[in-house]
Design a protein around this ligand. Structure first.
Ligand SMILES: *Cc1c(COP(=O)(O)O)cnc(C)c1O
Length: 384
């Protein structure tokens, strides 16, 4: 039974908050209208619900409701941001700046753009996973049209210097995109003070449903133009056609409304739990290393390398706790995390990395039990 297993993989996905499900339910049944068919009440009710969600999401990131574009998730938002800018601004330049620890949703787009003849600079990170804003400044050429640096890393939780990078982009008149799938709902994000022009969000990383995301697109100062990837009907200001997924959109709005209210109290609990697990493991295992930044990190993320312990073997042995050895998207591959390798401690440390992500529905007892189970599994492995 999955429910017997303590879920500590909240950076891969979060469970749907029951309050979010409650808000969504009517939009599967009686309120089933098409938000684009507003000649009657069915459609009008749906549109009202979508508009409300747009307001809720915009308010959390300090944007305007008309700057919120609904997509199928952060992967699609990243695709629209990168390909959309590359094509629309082709007359201005062909150079994009990103970094080596980005999610595959950004990196794979960049690889494809290179195949299409665009230039991409992949900036390195320091031992904590941080991009130096001065490196961003130095990488800018007259051809640079976009800087894309993630807000929070999905494996090690490191929080980028968004404000500093945004200020450089603004000063040089270059668009700034950030993949904030891990950050929004967990740490404060403000598109104004951080000078963010385009941003990717995902509902299922913040207790909303899967398959719904947002692309934030600045509409003034500067007005960001994007070539769409999907055509047909001109929904979402022509940037993303297709009938809106009303229940999921309602769920995303409600999830962020709750997150906004509970971000501080959740953050305090999550920091205490990740600290507790770190302490327990460091006391019981020789030479435990923290991957990522000690303080500038997502409150709910902990990434540790346990010397001499192959993380894949540990995870197989760990029957009662769900954790991961890296990002969800790369776990099928044998190659260890590109993120941990980028920190510069060698491949072995990447093989020994475990990612622990605590969440809203964990409790103290689960955290204690999980730490003990991890310790026990490590001891078993060491005696093999
Ligand atoms: C989860 C995640 C994505 C992908 O989001 P989906 O909504 O699942 O497509 C992209 N970027 C980051 C940083 C993520 O954590």
């Amino acid at each position: 039974m999955p429910s017997d297993v303590i879920y500590l993989d909240h950076n891969a996905t979060t469970p749907l908050d029951p309050r979010v499900l409650e808000a969504m339910l009517p939009y599967f049944t009686e309120l089933f209208g098409n938000a684009a068919s507003i000649d009657h009440n069915y459609g009008y009710e749906a549109k009202q619900a979508v508009d409300r969600a747009r307001e809720q999401i915009a308010s959390v990131i300090n944007a305007r409701a008309d700057e919120i574009i609904f997509t199928s998730g952060a992967t699609e938002s990243d695709n629209i941001a990168l390909f959309g800018v590359a094509e629309k601004y082709a007359g201005k330049g062909d150079h994009i700046i990103t970094c080596v620890t980005e999610h595959k949703a950004v990196l794979d787009c960049c690889r494809r753009l290179e195949e299409m003849g665009k230039q991409v600079t992949y900036l390195p990170v320091d031992q904590y996973g941080l991009v130096d804003p001065e490196d961003v400044r130095r990488a800018i050429t007259p051809q640079t049209i976009l800087i894309s640096i993630m807000a929070a890393n999905n494996e090690i939780g490191t929080l980028a210097f968004l404000q500093e990078i945004g200020a450089i982009a603004k000063e040089r008149g270059i668009l700034f995109h950030t993949d904030a799938a891990q950050a929004v709902g967990h740490v404060p994000i403000d598109v104004q003070t951080m000078n963010i022009d385009i941003m990717s969000l995902s509902a299922h990383k913040a207790y909303g449903p899967k398959g719904i995301g947002v692309l934030y697109r600045r509409r003034s100062n500067p007005r960001v133009m994007l070539t769409p990837l999907i055509y047909g009907g001109g929904h979402e200001r022509g940037i993303r056609s297709g009938t809106l997924n009303v229940p999921a959109i309602v769920g995303f709005g409600e999830a962020l409304r709750i997150a906004q209210r509970e971000i501080d109290s959740d953050g305090v609990r999550f920091r205490a739990w990740t600290h507790r697990i770190h302490q327990q493991l460091a006391q019981g295992i020789e030479g435990v290393q923290l991957n990522g930044h000690p303080t500038e990190r997502l409150p709910h993320n902990l990434n540790l390398s346990l010397p001499g312990v192959e993380s894949k073997a540990l995870i197989v042995r760990l029957k009662g706790v769900a954790i991961s050895s890296g990002s969800a998207c790369t776990t099928i591959k044998a190659e260890p995390s590109h993120v941990i390798q980028a920190l510069g401690f060698g491949k072995q440390r990447a093989h020994e990395a475990i990612r622990i992500g605590v969440g809203r529905f964990n409790d103290d007892q689960q955290i204690e039990s999980a730490a003990l189970q991890i310790l026990e599994a490590v001891r078993q492995l060491q005696f093999l």
